[in-house]
Design a protein around this ligand. Structure first.
Ligand SMILES: [Zn+2]
Length: 316
């Protein structure tokens, strides 16, 4: 009965993943539900609250804190969203931590979802023991979390690692972010699917297109090759700036396995400086689709076991 748990919630554009996380990072009670992001500003909050209440009800022992991953920049000091993001169309500068603490009466910690996947991979997964690692999460878009000396690199107000929105595109498709020549429409799964629709192809997912490429379909191979080339140039830009020891590849698209990892590894090495590519490891994420939930739980634990004031002073 003396068990203590944190609740981990990973809010995505479509799904909300949840579970309880022990102090050593072990995850239990993992489940998913619709994240209701397009309904109204309250939709995602209602989904978060329902998931938290359900876990409270089913947990034997004490809930010490709650951690939440959000698909967009989060100011680490206030726990509020910074600006807006395409994946949460109804939210702008939303005070996520404040709202949840008031509703649930628990200490709450909030961070960007890719940052939390990177944190989980560092504490529990393939990035253990590295000094500097980048975790990219390839879902609808491109997420990126950077871990330096065991801590998430947040930047000035939570916006570090917005790797998807750098101007490396070759075509004319505009990204909703407003950056001219933003690469995400050419380097992401959603961009690949848009192209497939424009060509009248019937693939239902980027994974299906990758599968067809692996089976030797030339059109699918050319589309995948073009997308992975731009993704490789994007990741190599981060490699040249940060000189990471490890790039972790996660998110739904990583389920394509070597069909993605082999050409992506070649593309990263094509555009990275030889000195930076030489010792670089590129590995699939160990925690898969659960990384964000585990990372949210780990963040919650770190919120209650490390004084907030000390944490804030180190951030500034
Ligand atoms: Zn963009």
């Amino acid at each position: 009965m003396g068990d203590r748990w944190a609740i981990g919630l990973d809010l995505g554009g479509t799904d909300l993943k949840s579970g309880r996380v022990a102090h050593d990072g072990v995850l239990q009670g993992f489940s998913r539900r619709p994240s209701r992001t397009a309904e109204s500003p309250d939709g995602p909050f209602q989904a978060l609250e329902a998931a938290a209440m359900e876990l409270r009800g089913s947990t034997q022992g004490e809930i010490v804190a709650l951690g939440v991953g959000v698909p967009g920049p989060i100011d680490p000091r206030s726990g509020s969203q910074v600006g807006r993001t395409a994946h949460l169309p109804e939210w702008q500068d939303t005070p996520v931590r404040q709202w949840l603490e008031k509703r649930l009466g628990l200490p709450v910690a909030v961070d960007n979802d890719a940052n939390l996947a990177a944190l989980a991979e560092h504490r529990m997964g393939v990035a253990r023991g590295t000094r500097i690692s980048i975790t990219i999460t390839l879902g609808t878009g491109i997420g990126c979390g950077i871990i330096v000396d065991g801590r998430v690199l947040h930047g000035g107000w939570g916006g570090a690692g917005e790797l998807g929105h750098i101007p490396l595109a070759r075509g004319t498709t505009e990204c909703a972010c407003g950056v001219p020549g933003c690469v995400e429409p050419e380097a992401s799964a959603s961009g690949l699917m848009r192209q497939a629709r424009e060509r009248g192809l019937e693939d239902q997912s980027a994974e299906a297109l990758f599968h067809r490429a692996r089976l030797g379909d030339e059109e699918a191979q050319a589309m995948v090759e073009a997308m992975v080339d731009r993704l490789g140039a994007t990741v190599a830009t981060a490699v040249n700036i940060l000189n990471p020891q490890l790039v972790v590849v996660g998110g739904g698209l990583a389920k394509a396995g070597d069909t993605l990892l082999d050409p992506l590894g070649r593309a990263i090495r094509r555009y990275a400086l030889a000195s930076h590519a030489k010792g670089l490891r590129i590995e699939p994420a160990a925690l898969g689709e659960r990384a964000g939930t585990v990372g949210a739980g780990i963040l919650a634990w770190e919120r209650v076991t490390r004084p907030v004031a000390a944490s804030a002073s180190r951030e500034s």
